[in-house]
Every structure is written in C-alpha cells, then in structure tokens.
Design a protein around this ligand. Structure first.
Ligand code: ASP
Length: 439
C-alpha cells in the first residue's frame, strides 16, 4: 500500500515542526511520497514565506532593492537547516533565484520557490529523492492544469522512485516557465500525486484534527467530523467551511482515493475521512453546519405569475445581463425571491431592478439586505424523519425569525435564511439541538 502525505505550511514552519513531520513519516513505511508546502507562520505575528516571496518580487517589479528581503527569506530556511543539523547549503540556490529575479522570471516563479526550497530541505532530511514539480506537473497553453499529461509523466517518474518529495503549489507551462495553482494549492499537488501513484489514501496533514461540525469561532470546542462524503464537503466548503483547497478533491475523487485530514500536532487523532460514499452512519443526523453573511433577497411579486410561462427565465436574465450569479431562488404562487451576494449586487441594484421591470413586468420588487444563509448538511437527513422540524423548532425557541427555507432535491442539505444579526445564534441553536442535546 502507498500513502501520499501532504504537509501544510504551519506543519513545516520551523525545525521543531519538521522534526514532528519526520517522525510521522518514519512511523509508517507506506508514507512514501511527500508533498510539502512552504514554511508558514511560527506564531500569530509571523509572515508566511510565500507572502514574503510575493512582497520581495513586488520590489523587483518596482525596480527597488530586493536583496535584503530575499536574504531574510534565506534566513528562515537556514534556521530550519541548522535546527535540523543538516549538511545542506542553499547558497547556490539563492544565487540562482536572485539572478532569475533580476531577469524578471515572474511572480509565479517567485512564489513557487517557497515550496521548491522546502522540498529540497525535506528530501535531504528524510533521505528521499527530490522531484522538481516543474518536471512532472503541467499546465496547457491557456494556463489550465493538464491532467492527462501530468498523470502520465508523474506516474512514470514516481514508479522509478521508492520514496520521493514533490514540492506543492506549482508546475510548468509548455514554454517551461513556472506557474502556480491558486493560494493553498499544495493541497491540489498532493491529490495529483496520490492519483498518479494509485495511493490507498491521501493524508493531508495540517494544524487541526479534521473538519469540525461547526465553526469554532461560533461554537466552543465543536466536535470533529469523522467521515464526510465529497458531496457533503462541497456543500459545507461552499458555505465557508475551509480546511482543504476546493480543487484538491477532483484528482483523488476520480480515482476513488479517500482523503484523511490529520493534525501534525496531534498525530494520534484520527482526523476526518473524506470519501466517495460510506455505510458509516454519522453519530448525529447532521454532518456539519456552515454559513455566510452578506446576502440580499430580491422579492418579486406578480399576480398570476404561476401561469406565465418563462417568467423565471426572464427574471434570471436580468441578473445574467448584469453578470450576477444567484445563490437560491425559492418561489411561491405569485412571488419569487432571488438571493444574491450583497457586495456583488450593491453597485448594480438599480440596473438589475430596471432590467427585471423591462423583461418580466412584475407588479413590485422589494429588497431586503443584511441576510445570512446557513446550510445544515447531512447524508443522514434522507433517512431521518423530522430533521426540518427540529431545526425550525430550535430556531423558534431561540427567537429567530426564519426568512427563507430551501431544501435541495438531494435531501443532503437544508438552507435557511436569517438576518445577519441572528446568524451566530441560529448556528448555536442548531448545533445544540443536534449535537449537544441530541433531542
Ligand atoms: N504556500 C502556498 C500558499 O501559501 C501554497 C500552499 O501552502 O498550499 O498559498
């Protein structure tokens, strides 16, 4: 069995963290392929190496002095190297980087050096082979990830290495220049490597023990989620829960490989398993709760709307014309409501209203701002009676006015609209009824 292990920036921020990572890898022979991020923050006031690199390259572009900030980055790595007592010098690497900066190698090249250098240290520390991601991860002419070419080259290459380190976050363009994924993209590299080596699992090591049922800033010590399906994860991440880069799911999901989110600082914790499907019932009816503030509802009224063919399409065209995507669209007999993101909508509201009048000729349009949406997600809801009832009685007891209800046809989630001011209390009430009291 092969396991691919990816370590996030906070897991590799210092020599002490590297030592924890080394122990984790050595504890299991199956952990053969390692994907490191760049060193992250050592404490709340610290700066991630990736951010230092972006700042340093901004100086290059502004034709300002960049060598001192670059040497500060070198210091971060040297501190790790010395702390681990490695016989390794990055002198030559930094000379090359400085040269390439001078020749304006590009912002992606600059940012990618964080992972590249950390990969060199990691490979040296573990005695694993170093495989530069530029040689095995590819983007096409349009800058889109080239999955087929990558999978072919990467699997052939890794077949030849019993153990290897592949730095996260970047790959190369057809012309050989470096391109990165979006921020947090080392998660994607880990997933790509797992697919290429047909791993039994993709372990993603971070600084929390997996996904939590609810946001710890709202619920004190929420319980972790043991098992979550890819679809549930998508619903929760869309609504703001974040541990993993959203695009990291695709390569492993295609190959049926589960992801295990683990905590470098608490390796004995089982973490969260992300799977295609499972017969494990979750402990509670719900798997998780997530939500976002800052929505506007556009309430449209028209007598006999129900019998007018094409009314919904005309209303939505008004949003499309203004390049606004909508979130939810519950409707009644003569009313229809469209939920949109407030920041996206605010500047365009009058244009949208007049477009709706022009296209759909409604009787009236009313707007309500400062609304929040909460998603209660769980594969268990399908087979349990009364879930919606429990949610709404909990909210009624907490004196919260529910402004919108939308249950997806998958029966995987119930979306509730409340005012921004009720957001935290609503999440507490729902968590309480399903997890704390389990009524
Ligand atoms: N180091 C990169 C970032 O900070 C990529 C990653 O950590 O996944 O976004």
């Amino acid at each position: 069995m092969i396991k691919v292990v990816k370590f996030g920036g906070s897991s590799l921020a210092s020599a002490e963290q590297f030592a924890k990572v080394g122990k984790i890898i050595q504890a299991d022979k199956e952990r053969r392929y390692v994907v490191p991020s760049a060193p992250g923050k050592r404490n709340a006031k610290d700066t991630k190496v990736t951010d230092m690199l972006y700042a340093c390259y901004a100086l290059v572009e502004a034709e300002e002095e960049f060598r001192i900030p670059l040497m500060k980055i070198k210091d971060r790595y040297d501190t790790i190297i010395n702390g681990l007592n490695l016989k390794l010098s990055l002198e030559e690497e930094f000379r090359k980087i400085s040269e390439n900066f001078k020749n304006k190698a590009g912002v992606d090249y600059a940012a990618s050096r964080g992972e590249y250098l950390n990969g060199i240290i990691m490979a040296n520390y573990l005695g694993y082979e170093f495989v530069d991601a530029a040689e095995v991860i590819f983007f096409d002419e349009n800058g889109d990830f080239d999955a087929d070419k990558t999978n072919k080259v990467l699997s052939e290459r890794l077949e030849k290495c019993k153990t290897a380190v592949v730095p996260g976050f970047y790959g190369s363009m057809p012309d050989g220049s470096i391109k990165t994924f979006s921020r947090g993209g080392s998660d994607i590299t880990g997933s790509i490597v797992a697919r290429a080596v047909h791993a039994a699992c993709y372990e993603n090591w971070t600084d929390v023990s997996g996904f939590l049922i609810a946001d710890p800033r709202i619920i004190k010590n929420p319980e972790p989620i043991k098992t979550i399906t890819y679809r549930e994860l998508r619903e929760l991440s869309y609504m703001g829960a974040s541990v993993l880069h959203e695009d990291a799911v695709f390569p492993v999901r295609k190959a049926g490989i589960p992801i295990n989110i683990r905590n470098t600082n608490a390796p004995e914790d089982a973490g969260t398993w992300i799977v295609e499907s499972t017969c494990h019932q979750s402990k509670y009816t719900i798997t998780g709760i997530a939500g976002k503030k800052g929505f506007v509802s556009v309430n449209i009224d028209k007598d006999m709307m129900n019998s007018e063919v094409g009314f919904g399409r005309k209303v939505l065209s008004a949003f499309e014309e203004n390049n606004i995507s909508f979130e939810h669209m519950p409707s009644g007999i003569d009313t229809m409501t469209v939920f949109v993101h407030q920041p996206e909508f605010e500047g365009k509201e009058q244009a949208v209203i007049s477009a709706i009048h022009r296209l759909a000729k409604p009787d009236s349009i009313e707007l309500e701002a400062d609304l929040a949406l909460i998603a209660v997600v769980g594969r268990g809801m399908k087979s349990t009676r009364g879930t919606a009832g429990r949610i709404f009685s909990a909210l009624a007891h907490a004196n919260i006015n529910v402004k919108m209800i939308d249950q997806g046809s998958s029966e995987l989630n119930i979306i509730i609209g409340v005012s921004n001011a009720d957001f935290e209390n609503a999440i507490r009430a729902i968590y309480d009824i399903f997890v704390e009291t389990q009524l």
